[in-house]
Ligand binder design. Structure first.
Ligand SMILES: [Ca+2]
Ligand SMILES: [Ca+2]
Ligand SMILES: [Ca+2]
Length: 715
C-alpha cells in the first residue's frame, strides 16, 4: 500500500520536537488530529497522543503541523500499523487519524503538438480572446504546490521565493528538510533507491511545467506562452522523490494561504489561487477539507484547483481532488472528449485540455529542463495529463481576479462552471462525467469583469461612416449587452428606398463581433394587431464589427455577394453618456434612455423596435418597422426634451443611394417629414411610444429589450 519506509532521517533535525534517532525499520506515517483539550490538561499534544496511544503502541511523534494536527510514525507496514493505531482512532480524545499518504504528480507521457489549447478551437480555452480583456495583474499570486521550480528563462521575473515544505530529506533530495529555497533539485529515483512503490525514474521538472502553463512570459518571442501574463508564481515545494506526504502538502496549503505552520516563517505573499497538480488513490482524508476551509476563511485564497488524476477511474477514488472545496479538473481533448487517462465522475468540477494520446488533438508544450537527474539547461517538454489541465483553470482564476479582485470563492466557482463551454455533440463527456464543460477563459474573465460593471468595453450607441458626416444618411445602431451586439443598419436598397438589416453579432474577442445579417419582412407599422408570427427573417449575408477603441472601428459586410468595409465612428450630437453592461443600478432607475426598445410586454410584438441614442436632452430615435407592403422601412426622429421624461420631434422618411453605392453621396439623401413622435418615459424601462404618420395615429407601451441579463445602462 502506501507504507513507503522512511529510509533515513539521518539525525537531521527539523525542529526540536523531532526524534533525532535514525530510522531503519519500516514505518507508516499517520496524521492525527486531537479533540480540543476540554480537560485543559496542560499536556502538549505530543504527550496527549502518547498517552492516548498507550505504552508499547509503537506510536512515535514526528512533528506538529498546520491545522493543529500532528504527524506520527508507527512501526510496520501499513496494514500492521493501521491495526496498531486502531485503538488510537477510537480514543475519545482523538478527532481523526489518517494515513499520511504519498501523492504523486498527475503527469502522463510525452506528446508532440502545439499550444492549440490557448485558442478558440472547440476544445480550446479561448485564452487568446480573454487577453483582449486582460493580461492579468502582478498583484495576483498563484501558488504552485509541486516539485519546486527551475528558474527557467521562460518565466523570468515571475517567480516569488516560495518555500520548500518537504520535511523528509530523502524525499527532498536537497540535502535537508524544510527551507526557504523552493528550487527543484530533481526528483529522479536511482536504481539503487527504487522500490516497488517508487520505480527508477528520471527527474520530471513537473513543477516547472505546471508553473509555466500559468505564468510563462507571453508575447516575448521565446519559450512558451503562459495564460496569465502578469501574475506572480509562488512555488511551494511539496513533492520530491516518490512524490510527497499529505502532511507536507497540507502544511504547504496552509502556508500558501497565509496560515500558521509550526516552525516556518509566515508567507509574506499569500496566494489568491492554489494549484495542486498532484494526487493519489483513496477517498478524501479529513485533514484536507479542514485546511481548505481555513484557507478560504483566511480570505486571500479564492480557489484551490486540483488535478483529477490520471488513473481512468472515478475521481471519488482520488485525493485531494475529491475533497470538498477543491475545484477538481479533468482533462479533455481538443475535440471535447475526455482524455483517455483522465479520472472522471460526479466529483469533477470542470474540464480543461490535458493533451491526448491522439496526436491530431494536440498536446501540451510546457517549460522543462534537459537534466535527467540533476538540473541542466532550460528546455520544453511535450507532455499531457490532468497536471496540465489544472493550471489552465488556475490561470483562468488569476485572470478573473485581475479584473475582479473582490470575487468570493463561491463566485469564482460559479463563474467557472456557468461559463464553461458545453461538451460538443457526440462528446463522450457529460456533466455527470466531466463536470460543467471545458473551461472558457474568455467567458469566465468577461463574466468576472461584468460583476464589477465596468471592465468590458461597451460599444452601445449610434455609429456612422468615419470621418463624421462623410456619408451622412446611413448609420448602424448597436445595442451591446455583455458578449453580444444587436446591430440595426439603416441604409437603402437598390431603388433608394429606406431599408434596414439586422445582425446578432457575437464576440469573438472583446473588440470583434460577428454575425449573420438578416432582411426582415413583417406587418405594416400601422397593423393592429401587429402579429410577430407574420414576421419573416431571411439571411442575406454576414457582418463583422471591429473596434479600435470605444469610439472608432470598422463595419465589414458581405450582402448578396457584395463585400465592403467601412470605417465607422460614433455619431456625436451632444454629451456622450458612458455605457456599461451589468450596472448595479436597475434599468428602471436610469435617466438616460439610450438602448434598444420594443413593444411591452417583452416579445409581444417581436419584429419591430426602436433605438434611442440619448446625448444630453436629445434623443435620436431610429424606428425599424415595415411599409404597407411588408418590406423593411425605417423612420427617424430627433426628439428634444419638452418636459420631465417627455421628448418630442418630427418623424422623417429618408431615401438615398443604395447601401453599396460608391461613393455614397450624402447630397443625394432626401429626408421627408411624415409625422410626429412623442416619447413619454414612466421609468427607466417603461415608456409610451406615440406617433402620427401620414394621419395614422398610434400609441404603444415599450420597454428595453434585454437579451443578456441584466442589460446595459448608459448614464
Ligand atoms: Ca530542503
Ligand atoms: Ca530546498
Ligand atoms: Ca514566452
Amino acid at each position: 500500500m502506501f507504507g513507503h519506509g522512511l529510509k533515513a532521517i539521518g539525525g537531521i533535525a527539523v525542529v526540536a520536537l523531532l526524534f533525532a534517532a535514525p530510522v531503519t525499520a519500516e514505518e507508516t506515517r499517520f496524521i492525527i488530529k486531537l479533540q480540543p483539550d476540554g480537560a485543559k490538561s496542560a499536556l502538549t499534544r505530543k504527550a496527549r497522543i502518547e498517552k492516548a496511544a498507550g505504552s508499547g503502541s509503537g506510536v512515535r511523534h514526528l512533528r506538529t503541523m498546520a491545522m493543529e494536527a500532528d504527524v506520527v510514525a508507527v512501526a510496520g507496514d501499513a496494514s500492521a500499523a493501521e491495526r496498531a493505531v486502531a485503538n488510537l482512532a477510537g480514543n475519545p480524545d482523538v478527532a481523526f487519524v489518517q494515513v499520511d499518504r504519498r501523492r504523486r504528480p498527475a503527469i502522463n507521457d510525452q506528446y508532440a503538438g502545439a499550444e492549440q489549447y490557448l485558442s478558440n478551437a472547440p476544445g480550446g480555452i479561448a485564452a487568446t480572446s480573454a487577453w483582449n480583456v486582460t493580461h492579468g495583474s502582478s498583484s495576483i499570486v498563484v501558488a504552485v504546490l509541486d516539485t519546486g521550480v527551475r528558474p527557467h528563462a521562460g518565466m523570468a521575473g515571475r517567480l516569488l521565493p516560495g518555500f520548500d515544505m518537504i520535511d523528509d530529506p530523502m524525499t527532498a533530495n536537497d540535502g535537508g528538510g524544510r527551507d526557504g529555497d523552493a528550487s527543484d533539485p530533481g526528483d529522479f529515483v536511482l536504481e539503487s533507491e527504487a522500490t516497488t512503490d517508487c520505480p527508477e525514474s528520471f527527474s520530471s521538472w513537473h513543477g516547472t511545467s505546471v508553473a509555466g502553463i500559468i505564468g510563462a512570459n507571453t508575447d516575448d518571442a521565446i519559450w512558451t506562452a503562459g495564460i496569465d501574463w502578469a501574475a506572480r508564481i509562488l512555488p511551494v515545494r511539496v513533492l520530491g522523490k516518490c512524490g510527497g506526504y499529505d502532511s507536507d502538502i497540507v502544511d504547504g496549503i496552509a502556508w500558501a494561504a497565509g496560515l500558521d505552520v509550526p516552525g516556518t516563517p509566515v508567507n509574506p505573499t499569500p496566494a489568491h489561487v492554489i494549484n495542486m497538480s498532484l494526487g493519489g488513490a483513496h477517498g478524501c482524508p479529513p485533514i484536507y477539507p479542514l485546511v481548505f476551509d481555513a484557507a478560504f476563511a483566511r480570505g486571500v485564497t479564492r480557489a484551490i484547483v486540483v488535478a483529477a488524476g490520471n488513473a481512468s477511474t472515478d475521481v471519488a477514488n482520488d485525493s485531494p481532488a475529491s475533497c470538498r472545496g477543491a475545484i477538481a479538473v479533468a482533462a479533455s481533448t481538443l475535440a471535447g472528449n475526455l482524455a483517455a487517462y483522465s479520472n472522471f465522475g460526479a466529483g469533477i468540477t470542470l474540464s480543461a485540455p490535458g493533451g491526448s494520446f491522439a496526436f491530431q488533438f494536440g498536446s501540451i508544450i510546457a517549460l522543462s529542463n534537459t537534466g535527467r537527474t540533476t538540473p541542466q539547461d532550460d528546455a520544453i517538454a511535450h507532455i499531457g495529463g490532468t497536471s496540465l489541465a489544472a493550471p489552465m483553470v488556475s490561470a483562468t482564476v488569476s485572470l478573473m481576479l485581475a479584473v475582479a479582485p473582490a470575487l468570493t470563492a463561491a463566485q469564482v466557482r460559479s463563474i467557472l462552471t456557468s461559463t464553461a463551454k458545453p461538451f460538443p455533440a457526440g462528446s463522450d463527456c457529460s456533466t455527470t462525467r466531466c463536470g460543467a464543460g471545458v473551461v472558457n477563459t474568455d467567458g469566465a474573465v468577461r463574466a468576472a469583469a461584468a460583476t464589477t460593471g465596468a471592465a468590458i468595453p461597451n460599444y452601445e450607441g449610434l455609429w456612422w461612416r468615419s470621418p463624421a458626416g462623410s456619408e451622412s444618411g446611413w448609420g448602424i445602431n448597436l445595442a451591446h449587452q455583455n458578449d453580444v451586439i444587436f446591430a440595426t443598419w439603416f441604409t437603402y436598397d437598390a431603388t433608394g428606398k429606406a431599408w434596414w438589416l439586422s445582425m446578432t453579432a457575437n464576440a469573438t474577442t472583446s473588440n470583434i463581433y460577428s454575425g449573420t445579417l438578416y432582411q426582415t419582412h413583417g406587418p405594416a407599422f400601422s397593423a393592429v394587431p401587429f402579429s410577430p408570427a407574420a414576421v419573416t427573417a431571411t439571411p442575406v449575408g454576414t457582418g463583422t464589427l471591429t473596434f479600435s477603441d470605444t469610439g472608432n472601428g470598422s463595419f465589414s459586410y458581405t450582402v448578396n455577394g457584395i463585400q465592403q468595409t467601412k470605417p465607422i465612428t460614433r455619431q456625436v450630437f451632444g454629451p456622450l453618456p458612458s455605457c456599461a453592461f451589468g450596472s448595479a443600478m436597475p434599468l428602471a432607475q436610469a435617466t438616460n434612455y439610450q438602448d434598444l426598445w420594443w413593444a411591452a410586454p417583452a416579445g409581444a410584438e417581436s419584429g419591430w423596435g426602436v433605438n434611442f441614442t440619448q446625448q444630453g436632452d436629445t434623443i435620436f430615435a431610429t424606428w425599424f418597422t415595415y411599409d404597407t407592403d411588408g418590406s423593411p422601412l425605417w423612420l427617424s426622429a430627433t426628439a428634444n426634451k419638452s418636459s420631465a421624461g417627455v421628448f418630442t420631434g418630427t418623424l422623417y422618411r429618408t431615401t438615398g443611394p443604395a447601401f453599396n453605392a460608391l461613393p455614397f453621396s450624402p447630397s443625394q439623401v432626401v429626408a421627408t417629414p411624415v409625422g410626429t413622435l412623442t416619447l413619454s418615459f414612466a421609468s427607466g424601462d417603461t415608456a409610451t411610444f406615440a406617433y402620427v404618420v401620414n394621419g395614422v395615429s398610434q400609441s404603444k407601451t415599450i420597454t428595453r429589450q434585454v437579451f443578456r441579463t441584466p442589460g446595459t445602462l448608459c448614464q
